[in-house]
Ligand binder design. Sequence first.
Ligand SMILES: CC/C=C\C/C=C\C[C@@H](O)/C=C/C=C/C=C\[C@@H](O)CCCC(=O)O
Ligand SMILES: [Zn+2]
Length: 599
Amino acid sequence: MQQQFFQVSVTHYALKWKVDFENKNIGGDVRVNLDVKQDTSQIVFDTRDLSIQAVVVNVNGCSKDSEFTIKDNGDLGQKLIVSTAMLKSGDKVILDIKYESSDRAAAIQFLTAEQTTDRVAPYLFSQCQAINARSIVPCMDTPSVKSTYEAEVCVPSGLTCLMSAIGQGSKPSPCGKRTVFLFKQPVAIPSYLLAIVVGHLERKDISDRCAVWAEPSQAEASFYEFAETEKILKVAEEIAGKYVWGRYDLVVLPATFPFGGMENPCLTFITPTLLAGDRSLVNVIAHEISHSWTGNLVTNFSWEHFWLNEGFTVFLERKIHGRMYGELERQFESQCGFEESLIRTVNDVFGPDHEYTKLVQNLGNADPDDAFSSVPYEKGSALLFTIEQAIGDNARFEEFLKSYIQKFAYKSVSTDEWKEYLYDTFSDKKVILDNIDWGLWLHKAGLPPKPKYDSTLMEACKDLAAKWTTEGSTVPTDGEPFAKMSNSQKLAVIDAIRVNRGTFGDRMPMLTATYKLDQAKNAELKFSWLMLGLETKWAPIVDVSLAFALAVGRMKYCKPIYRSLFGWNATRDRAVSQFKANIPNMHPITVKAIQSLLK
Ligand SMILES: CC/C=C\C/C=C\C[C@@H](O)/C=C/C=C/C=C\[C@@H](O)CCCC(=O)O
Ligand SMILES: [Zn+2]
């Protein structure tokens, strides 16, 4: 069946929102501009748990109240179907929809003042990717439809409101005790990039176009941690082309934010777990900056082609690192991605025959959140790495990357379109490209062929790890070699021990003391240490793991920790009780993900 956005498509949303912290909802008016492309007599929007109060349709300047129905759409929410007179191709339609979001809207978490870092004021933030925008606005919630937006958001006075758009200032609300913040996003974006934060926030400028926002107690630390943002942005522009979004700001969210970062245009959302104190996790910023081109400008056509967003972004992130820290670092990070992340996800999380280990997936009617994993990230970037090597000319491959971005900027793209463009660009290398097993890479489950990496930096990690996992060997007592390594190498050492933990034995206390792992400030390193302790059933790790999973809502960490604690008889009951008791404090997306582990 043809999708509705081929017949009629949104070009602009004008939002008027009133944020209600008492009722934990958003009261909304939205004016939607639409272009009719094929004759039709209905307009269909995605919604989830919205209460729709009125719809007025205006066709070519004539307004009238309209009939609408709400139809259940299974796991995907509800369809709002607006009946209209027969619309003709070329008609200009404006819809005014009055509605209210539910207090369980999937896209937003409302926090009381006590649940925030500074405990000063209530807070709210959104996470619309993949299909949660529909829980805060009726919309065509597919990455195939791109539109501009503007917004007027009324919030309690004293709070700051930020959106994935350029701020246009604020004014006192006529209703008193409230402030209205104004925004414009002049670049057409898919619905999943709509974003809002409201809270007690302080701003620190990094450069003319970059600033970091955080709760005041974290403002200084955030400013230090992300001071290199402008520098990274400039390197990204050298590789990918001009930055078109005007501002690149960051906002450091409360700890319940479920992801490392989210590439909301003009305003990347960041987890506070990146505040390591030594800038060692700033790679996430390179990742989110890269999305300004791959994802936000060139967007995956549907969630089944998510690798076009994430695989390209990881590849670009590592290109940036290659420029900043050298090609050996890029090779090392790419190897870590394949060996530690991809292999673990394919073999241990899903199993090698699972649909969700394919690069191009068939999601059917499933919620894309259920398919989310490192596969599109790491299998996708490994494919690009493989093609680059096969072509044998990195500079030319980078030119291809830039021209691909230019060609598909402001559009949504499918895997077939990308592949056709690859073949067009490298028409002189057809034989080489034909040697790539496309069926296997794109459509088969399981691990793809491993690319060849320069493993100079990895060898040192594997050698050190082997000292801990070789049966009968004397384990290291000198912490210096580990202390001298980069943070990503330290992580690779622990991950390599995890891979070979079958022969690690009862060395966890020694390892912890020698490398002072119990004092790790870097969240990635701490997480890996916790997982190694849980995987080797080291009793002292249980309390620390429970505390970490309680304090940190980032799913990359708390999901595997809970999975491991639920799977260990000695810890299951404690872990289940902690999780259940903490649900009121958790983000709805995280609750759903952890609940799925208990099924
Ligand atoms: C194949 C799956 C298809 C679509 C899924 C799309 C979105 C899934 C949804 O769960 C949202 C994901 C948002 C991710 C944001 C940032 C990531 O890069 C974070 C990665 C994990 C982390 O670092 O915490
Ligand atoms: Zn990403």
